[in-house]
Write a protein that binds this ligand. Structure first.
Ligand code: ADP
Ligand code: ASP
Ligand code: MG
Length: 402
């Protein structure tokens, strides 16, 4: 079998952990498999590198940031190769460019275009374990790019897809995918399996256990994925197209996103074209808008509010204020003290009542809802950040503990 294994930052944080990881890899290899390993930077390395840049500039150049951030993974793969060789396992470490990981030029959030598997194949044929630096690639100018925070998962799935691997294992610091982040909800339960669609919603709605683009890729190419622990050797959670329990369980998990902000434009004219005037400004500034709420007109005015990434709040507010006369709002309200709670489950298709249960749990916990949004397999509510912990536990209790 060809197995791709990815180990996250906390799993490779120090020599002892690297030795443990090397042990897992060595066992997989000794069982007769070809093994490609993708590693993240050790511990908080990426955060530390970003902090170093900000000591020097409030707005560092994006190309240079990728040059900087991509160094973390180089340390992990070379150290891990050294650890494996110490165990007598032939191995070689390779950077993104050495495995032909070509991306577009969107520094800090680059997308993979192509991957050349020749070098990896050649090394595997020599009987080596191949260690690839996660999170990085090169663009058409041969400059370093990175895939966005958490992007090593996507490196692993891309390699697994391209090389038709039999399994892509994502080793991390929890034992699998849970019904909620086990750090926020101690009673969360580990799932045996979950569908790509559900996992994609959970990841996109803030469950950082998998990079959402890795799930997107896994679904598109049908890569079987497993999320499991680097510390305890037992089966994790399988991510695949269809699960056995899909029809029975309404809900597979709850996710929470605290990295959002809300802008409200108050006193807009109640006439055609207003939404266009607002959202074309945000599109021009490349700001992603998530939830949108428009009030019913009263008299001649209406309000529109929407959420955006927290990191874009200042930028968005500035751009909108600059166009106040064109858009024609009376005033603008902004807050980043909000949180989005999402309930995800393929079983809610054609099953009324899931939303009512969410609202019942929130009402009992005295949590006020600002916005609501639904899709086929998801219900999201926007609430005050100060209520997020209580709300998450209340909703989890309603679906999984009653
Ligand atoms: P890695 O460094 O291995 O990539 P991450 O920190 O990116 O690890 O992801 C693992 C973390 O994801 C866990 O420690 C956990 O706190 C968080 N997490 C959020 N939602 C979930 C969930 N539904 N199931 C499991 N873990 C979750
Ligand atoms: N080291 C990168 C980050 O911290 C990539 C990853 O961990 O997946 O975001
Ligand atoms: Mg991660």
């Amino acid at each position: 079998m060809l197995i791709v294994q990815k180990f996250g930052g906390s799993s490779v944080a120090d020599a002892e952990k690297l030795r443990r990881v090397a042990g897992i890899i060595a066992d997989t290899k000794k069982a007769g498999n070809d093994v490609v390993v993708v590693l993240s930077a050790q511990g908080d390395t990426t955060d530390d590198l970003i902090a170093k840049a900000h000591e020097l500039s409030p707005d560092p150049n994006k190309r240079e940031m990728d040059m900087l951030m991509s160094t973390g993974e180089q340390i992990s793969i070379s150290l891990c190769a050294i650890a494996l060789q110490a165990l007598g396992v032939p191995s070689i470490s390779l950077l993104g460019w050495q495995v032909g990981m070509k991306t577009n030029s969107d520094y800090g959030n680059a997308r993979i275009k192509t991957l050349d598997q020749e070098r990896i194949r050649r090394e595997l044929e020599q009987g080596r374990v191949v260690l690839v630096a996660g999170f990085q690639g090169i663009n058409k100018h041969d400059d370093m790019t990175t895939l966005g925070r958490g992007g090593s998962d996507t490196t692993a799935v891309a390699i697994a897809a391209k090389m038709h691997a039999d399994l892509c294992q994502i080793y991390t610091d929890v034992e699998g995918v849970y019904t909620a982040d086990p750090r926020l909800v101690p009673t969360a339960k580990k799932l045996k399996e979950i569908t790509y669609d559900e996992m994609l919603e959970l990841a996109s709605m803030g469950a950082q256990v998998l990079h959402n683009r890795s799930v997107e890729l896994a679904k598109r190419y049908g890569v079987p994925m497993e999320v499991l622990s680097s510390y305890v050797r037992k089966p994790g959670t399988i991510v695949k197209e269809v699960t056995k329990e899909m029809e029975e369980t309404k809900i597979s998990g709850i996710a929470r996103d605290d990295k959002i902000a809300r802008i409200a434009l108050v006193g807009l004219k109640d006439e055609p074209g207003i939404a266009y005037k607002i959202f074309r400004v945000l599109a021009r500034e490349k700001i992603n808008v998530d939830l949108i709420l428009q009030s019913i007109g009263r008299g001649n005015t209406k309000d529109i509010s929407f959420t955006i990434p927290k990191s874009e709040l200042e930028h968005a507010a500035q751009a909108l204020r600059a166009e106040q006369d064109v858009i024609g709002f009376e005033h603008i309200n902004v807050t980043d003290k909000i949180s989005k709670l999402s309930v995800v489950g393929a079983g809610m298709i054609n099953r009324p009542g899931v939303a009512a249960l969410v609202f019942e749990a929130l009402a009992a916990a005295q949590v006020n809802i600002h916005m609501i949004s639904t899709s086929e397999i998801k219900i999201s509510v926007l609430i005050d950040a100060e209520n997020a912990d209580v709300a998450m536990r209340a909703v989890h209790k309603k679906f999984f503990e009653e």
